[in-house]
Each structure stands twice: as C-alpha cells, then as structure tokens.
Design a protein around this ligand. Sequence first.
Ligand SMILES: Cc1cc2nc3c(=O)[nH]c(=O)nc-3n(C[C@H](O)[C@H](O)[C@H](O)COP(=O)(O)OP(=O)(O)OC[C@H]3O[C@@H](n4cnc5c(N)ncnc54)[C@H](O)[C@@H]3O)c2cc1C
Length: 423
Amino acid sequence: MTYLSGLLALCLLSWGLSLPADALAMGFFFWRGQLVQLSGALLMVLLAALLLMATRPRWLEQRLGGLDRLYPLHKACGIGAAGLVLLHWWLAASPRWLSQWGWLSSAAHHAHQGGPWRSLAVTLGELACYGMLLLVVISLVKALPYDRFRQIHKLGGVLGLMAGSHGLLLLAAPLRWTPFGLLCQLACLLAMAAALWSLLGRIGLARRFAGELVSLSHPASEVVELAIRLPRAFARDYRPGQFALLTLDPKEGAHPFTILHQDRATGLTHFAIKGVGDHTRQLLTACPVGQAVWAEGPYGTFTLPAEAQTPQLWVAGGIGITPFFAWLEALARQGPRRRHTRLIYCVERPEEVLHGERLQQLAQQSGVVLQIHICQQAGPLAPAAVLGQSSPQCWFCGPPGLATRLALWLPAHRLRYERFAFR
Ligand SMILES: Cc1cc2nc3c(=O)[nH]c(=O)nc-3n(C[C@H](O)[C@H](O)[C@H](O)COP(=O)(O)OP(=O)(O)OC[C@H]3O[C@@H](n4cnc5c(N)ncnc54)[C@H](O)[C@@H]3O)c2cc1C
C-alpha cells in the first residue's frame, strides 16, 4: 500500500512539475485537458498495479504478505480505478454536456489534435470504461458463484490491453517526453504486458506442477484428505503453513488449499479439504485415485513464527487447523521444544476434530500446549476468557466471524491471520 501511494504521489508530483509557469492564468479548456491527462495517468498506475498483482509474481506476493493480502489490495485498486474511470470519462465528456446545457459556447470547443488513430483510441477507452465498471460491480455484488466470477474476471486482460492502448495513443503530445508522460507510458506498457501475460495463460506456469492423486481418506466429518504425488521441485521453497493452488478438475480451475503435510523424500503432499461449496463437497464423494492433479505454488507467508520470550497464542477454527498442523509437524521434527505457545483449536462438534491423536502427540513433542475447544459443549470461544488481562501475539486461521471477535480484543499489530478466501 505504501509503495502504491508513493507511486500515485509521484505521478501527481510529476504532473504538477509539467505545468507551465502561467498555468494559473489558463482557462477552462486548459485545466479540463490537464485533469483528463492526470486522471488517466493515475488510472493507468492503478491498472498496472492491479494487473501486475493478478499475475501473482513470487517477489510481490512475499513482499505483500501472501496472496490472501495481495488479492484484497488488487480489489482495492479495482475500486479506486473504477472511481477514476468515472472521473476521467466525466471530464472527457464535460465540454459536450456543458455546451448542451448552454453553460459553454460550442464555438469555444477546440478541434481535437491527434492522428488517424484518435477515434479508434477513443472507442477503445469507452469500451474499456464500461467493461471495467461492470467488472467492479460484478466483483462487489458477489451474486455470481466463484467459478463464474473467475471466468468473467479473465476479461480484465482484454480491458487492460484496451485501456493501455487508449492511454498510449491519447497522451498529449507536449507531455509525452516529460517525467509525467514517461511515467504514464511506463504504466500503460506495464499494464499491457501483464494483461498479455494473463491472456496467454502464462500466470503461475513456472510454478505449476503435474501430479497424481495417490490416496484419499476421510479423517474428520465432511473433510477429505488427499495425498498427491508431486515432483520434488514443488517443495524446493516450501515452508510449513504455505498453501497451493490445486486443480483437481480443469473445468473448475484452481482452488487454494493449505499443505497439511509434505514428505520431501517421497514427494507426497497432503491436503485436508472441508466440503463447503459445490467443488469441495463434490470432492468428498467423487475423486478417483490415480487422477491427474496440478499444484501451483507454494504460496503464502503464514509460516511458523520464531520462538519468543513473550507468550504466543495460536487459534484455529475448524479447517483453519491445517497451517498449525504443518507448523506442529515442523516443530516436532526440528526441536527444541517451545515454552510459551498455546494452541486453541475450536470445532463445533467432536467428530470435526482433524487427526486429534496425532495433534496431541505433535503438541507434546513440540512443547506446545494444545486445548481443543468443542463449541457444542463449551459454548463459543470467548476471547476475553482466553486472553485474560494479557495481550499475547496471536496467530489465527479460521472463520471470519471468529477473526472479527479476536480483533475486538487485540490490537491490530498483535493479530496475524490467514484469510481462507480471496474474493
Ligand atoms: C490461503 C487459503 C488457504 C486455504 N486452505 C484451505 C484448507 O487447507 N482446507 C480447506 O478446506 N479450505 C481451505 N481454503 C478454503 C478453500 O479454498 C475454499 O473453501 C474452497 O475454494 C471453496 O470452493 P467451493 O467451490 O467448494 O465453494 P464455493 O461455495 O464456490 O466458495 C466458497 C468460498 O470459498 C472461496 N473460494 C471459492 N473458490 C475459490 C478459489 N478458486 N480461490 C479462492 N477462493 C475461493 C470464496 O471466498 C467463496 O466465497 C483456503 C483458502 C485460502 C484462501
């Protein structure tokens, strides 16, 4: 966010520096033209950032704190871009409207300079504008199922190409080689390159590995555990707590699932998946052993925190136990035992506990105090009772409602959580 605000500020500053000395004495058309260029440039910076994020490069994902942090920022850029699109469009059309309302003489309207590409560029810009507004509305309303939303979202690449060409063709000639113009052109080119990358199906390709579903079991109620054989290269950079984008059905596309257990020697990678929607419920019943699977990743920064002198509290809700399970396995393997860590694992009913015995064993080996909280018997977890007067560093993974309850009791810098949704 800081980098993005810095880029937008740089754009604003370079625009300010490109203004002529007598700018304040200029009239309506000068300022309207300048603001069209400025809103267009800010829009292209946001578009370049959001399209770059959509290509999920590893360096950016790690810097932003994982894909579950990157996607909300991508969404925020989309909302900002929609606002700027409206402003840009309104500024561009304002002379026509003002003269229609009789507030501006039509004679004052300057003839447009520009080459033969001008009308094409204007049409591309208009279409991109409507497309972007539609895409943002679809994303915010959340009426469509996730897979349909994801398919429609691919249109973003086409819109990025259209908006980038519009920007490059309609950047005012006097501004073209100023720092402002160069920044604007760079943003257009970056947005177009990222859009092309996406349209050519190159996103994540370097980190996508073909594997085979080796076994399947049901370790807890409504949970299926898949063991998938993947090439060793997949686990080269793996850190416990990370997740993969798993494609089990090419028509359905990739879904994120935390790596429960990774065996470097055999390449077997385990995932515990809870049936919550169409795709995951289908996995509970129809997933033939031997089928081909694709795993992209690993991604994420929700990884084992270092031992500290102050107490650490780990809270898992339901299937949110998966990253903690991977952490405990790593701790039990590496030693030494932890002294100040407590893991509270909340489930609704006893049959929902995932690998209860193994968890107890891992907790004992690693020195972590494990408390399984069954809501049906003990009521919902009350953060006040758990935290008491202390304000420990807390890691959370589970339903958003529980995260919100914890956030009421803990200062933001003391709560680190993995979001189990990207939308
Ligand atoms: C970083 C991360 C790690 C996760 N780890 C696990 C895990 O270890 N075990 C587990 O059971 N679940 C995990 N999830 C949640 C899991 O990805 C969703 O439950 C699953 O994708 C739902 O798919 P569906 O089609 O069955 O449900 P739907 O009803 O289609 O979706 C339910 C919700 O899941 C999310 N979702 C759906 N499809 C996707 C997708 N392709 N990409 C991103 N989000 C999606 C959306 O927020 C959606 O609203 C994780 C999610 C994230 C983001």
